[in-house]
Design a protein around this ligand. Structure first.
Ligand code: NDP
Length: 307
């Protein structure tokens, strides 16, 4: 049968390129889980996706009510869930002050991590029911969260610390809006959120893979220096970053190429896996072993989200 894949943030960039690449195989029905219906419809048309190959369902990851509503709508649709791709993200490298989700969490960690965490937890039951041979839950990670890569060593570095900010609600009221309790830094908040994404997949795999057969992974798509992710950056950065990645670091990939990598990866074909970083390379701060960190992370999330 045709597989069903849900992709968050499929209205642009990597999400759109992946949706297109999967739809073109004819083997997938793509559910584009997006916050802007009209933009997504236009985007799907602009890349030539055929109407019968996709559906658009509303999802705003910056609102936990919206996440629950999306899951409810998806479950009512009667479709099976074979692959969930958590791709959407926001990045505020130049923000001087934090902004917040509908539930009052710092916006980048709230969207990239907490929204996806709740979505993944709620949809686990659907993935579990799928009879698809390679059912999987994929989160798009980033090497900027790995301190053993060059990009991960560009300050500010990701660091979850003892997660006192997350445990206190990440709301900037009682304490800081940063996971580690430090001063707000938009670039670091993004990197921290990606560490949480990768860590979550690693722990989900350890906890649930054997019983459910679901493969939990995070992948790095390469540096797609032209996407909307960098829209908040200063214009000089936006001009110089693509040629820098193309000709100096040689880490650049086009949106189309990155989408094809992901499509290969989900279908277990081709060389897409070469662009996948090992999530075991994540380094946390020295005071925090990974298991202890995950336990604290779960407790902190539990105090933030009532599932
Ligand atoms: P884009 O900005 O092009 O895409 C981000 C997508 O996320 C958009 O569709 C956006 O929707 C959506 N989104 C943002 N906020 C929300 C929300 N609250 N609810 C639902 N959807 C939301 O960036 P990319 O394609 O570059 O990024 C895709 C993924 O790739 C991200 O996880 C990013 O961290 C990762 N990545 C990207 C790299 C790169 O070089 N570009 C490198 C490494 C990882 P809308 O259209 O409405 O704004």
């Amino acid at each position: 049968r045709q597989g069903t894949v849900v992709i968050t943030g499929a209205s642009s960039g990597l999400g759109l390129a992946t949706a297109k690449a999967l739809a073109e195989t004819g083997k997938w029905h793509v559910i584009m889980a997006c916050r802007d219906f009209l933009k997504t419809e236009r985007a799907a048309k602009s890349v030539g996706m055929a109407k019968e190959d996709y559906s658009i369902m509303h999802l705003d990851l910056a609102s936990l009510d919206s996440v629950r509503q999306f899951v409810d709508n998806f479950q009512r649709s009667g479709r099976p869930l074979d692959v969930l791709v958590c791709n959407a993200a926001v990045y505020f490298p130049t923000a001087k002050e934090p902004t917040y989700t509908a539930d009052g969490f710092e916006l980048s960690v709230g969207t990239n991590h907490l929204g996806h965490f709740l979505l993944s937890r709620l949809l686990l039951v659907d993935l579990n029911k799928s009879d698809y041979p390679s059912k999987r839950l994929v989160i798009v990670g980033s090497i900027t969260g790995n301190t053993n890569t060059l990009a991960g060593n560009v300050p500010p570095k990701a660091n979850l610390g003892d997660m006192r900010g997350l445990a206190a609600g990440l709301n900037g009221l009682n304490t800081s809006s940063m996971i580690d309790g430090g001063e707000f830094d938009g670039a670091k908040a993004y990197k921290d959120s990606k560490v949480c994404n990768m860590l979550t997949m690693q722990e989900f795999h350890r906890r649930y893979h054997e019983d459910t057969g679901i493969t939990f992974t995070s992948l790095y798509p390469g540096c797609i220096a032209t996407t909307g992710l960098f829209r908040e950056h200063i214009s000089l950065f936006r001009t110089l970053f693509p040629p820098f990645q193309k000709y100096i670091t040689k880490g650049y990939v086009s949106e189309e190429e990155a989408g094809t990598h992901c499509e290969n990866f989900f279908c277990f074909r081709g060389s897409g896996a070469t662009s996948v970083i090992s999530i075991t390379t994540i380094k946390l701060s020295e005071s925090c072993s990974r298991d202890v960190a995950f336990l604290i992370l779960l407790q902190a999330i539990a105090s933030c989200i009532k599932t």
